[in-house]
Design a protein around this ligand. Structure first.
Ligand SMILES: Nc1ncnc2c1ncn2[C@@H]1O[C@H](COP(=O)(O)OP(=O)(O)OP(=O)(O)O)[C@@H](O)[C@H]1O
Length: 273
């Protein structure tokens, strides 16, 4: 459903952040994008919805080249791509509900949204989503009264109310503690499964990428240096992506964590029976 062809981004400063990236993502696939700082992960994600303008190449979303369309068509295409940000990008003085509904702005006319006249179906869907992300009781709270994890849940609900086919997720857990990070990653992945959404998740944490990604793409200096399954991230591959480091400890930790996750899941299932 998404195909990047020879995607190049050269910033005005001369930095070549993407050097001809080719990537194809089928419907429903959750892809974790990893790589060292400056590898081009954020640039790649932002070139897909043209928050950053690609210098060359194509971005096909269901065979329409996003990189080549005019402003009106781009607005329509962006509705199909929900975005989740590291710093949540909420409007602090608005309520949780208003922030979620702002995800419908691409559909509802400006004046209508300005006067906060969202259609009842949108409001009903916003309540359903808030319930799904565990924030129903916080609908009327102001965004600036929430914790980081709660803010990210609002960000997720706002992206989903667009009814997208693709989620672009830019370091969703960078400002969160380890436990909250896992909860957020689990929630994003569950929602992708429930809704058949594809996702590209730019994530710094290799362990989280391996635990939650179905496919891992490793970027280095604007080029893909690994594209494969999570269990293919051997210490040699990690050295290719990030450079020399003692990777065995990270790999052992992932295996331990996965065992722990399975045991917890079994315990929960057992308790339910
Ligand atoms: N607005 C910009 N103007 C000029 N150069 C930029 C700009 N944004 C990014 N770059 C450069 O492009 C390259 C890729 O940056 P990008 O932010 O995409 O990497 P990243 O992998 O997301 O890094 P990080 O993990 O640190 O966020 C870097 O060399 C960076 O300095």
């Amino acid at each position: 459903m998404l195909r990047l062809e020879n995607l190049v981004k050269r910033y005005k400063t001369g930095d070549q952040a993407l050097k001809g990236v080719n990537l194809e993502i089928p419907k429903g696939q959750v892809l974790a994008l990893i790589g060292p700082s400056g590898a081009g992960k954020s640039t790649l994600i932002r070139c897909i919805n043209r928050l950053v303008e690609p210098t060359a190449g194509a971005v096909y979303l269901n065979d329409v080249n996003v990189a080549a369309v005019g402003a009106g068509e781009l607005r329509r295409l962006r509705r199909r791509m929900g975005m989740i940000f590291q710093e949540y990008a909420l409007v602090e003085r608005l309520t949780v509900m208003e922030n979620v509904l702002s995800g419908r702005l691409g559909y509802v006319g400006f004046w209508r949204s300005w006067f906060r006249k969202f259609p009842p179906d949108d409001v009903a869907e916003a309540f359903r989503l808030l319930d799904r992300v565990g924030l129903m009781h916080m609908a009327d709270k102001r965004a600036d009264e929430l914790s980081g994890g709660q803010r990210q849940r609002v960000g997720i609900a706002r992206a989903l109310i667009q009814n997208p086919e693709l989620l672009l997720v830019d370091e969703p857990t960078a400002s969160l503690d380890p436990k909250t990070s896992r909860q957020i990653m689990r929630l994003v992945c569950e929602l992708c499964t429930e809704r058949g959404l594809a996702a590209i998740i730019n994530i710094h944490d290799v362990m989280l990428a391996q635990m939650f990604g179905q496919r891992i793409v490793g970027l280095q200096l604007g080029e893909i240096v690994y594209d494969g399954p999570p269990n293919g991230l051997t210490s040699d591959v990690l050295t290719t992506i990030y450079g020399e480091e003692d990777w065995e400890a990270t790999i052992d930790k992932v295996e331990e964590e996965e065992e722990e996750e399975t045991t917890t899941a079994e315990a929960v299932l057992g308790a339910d029976r």
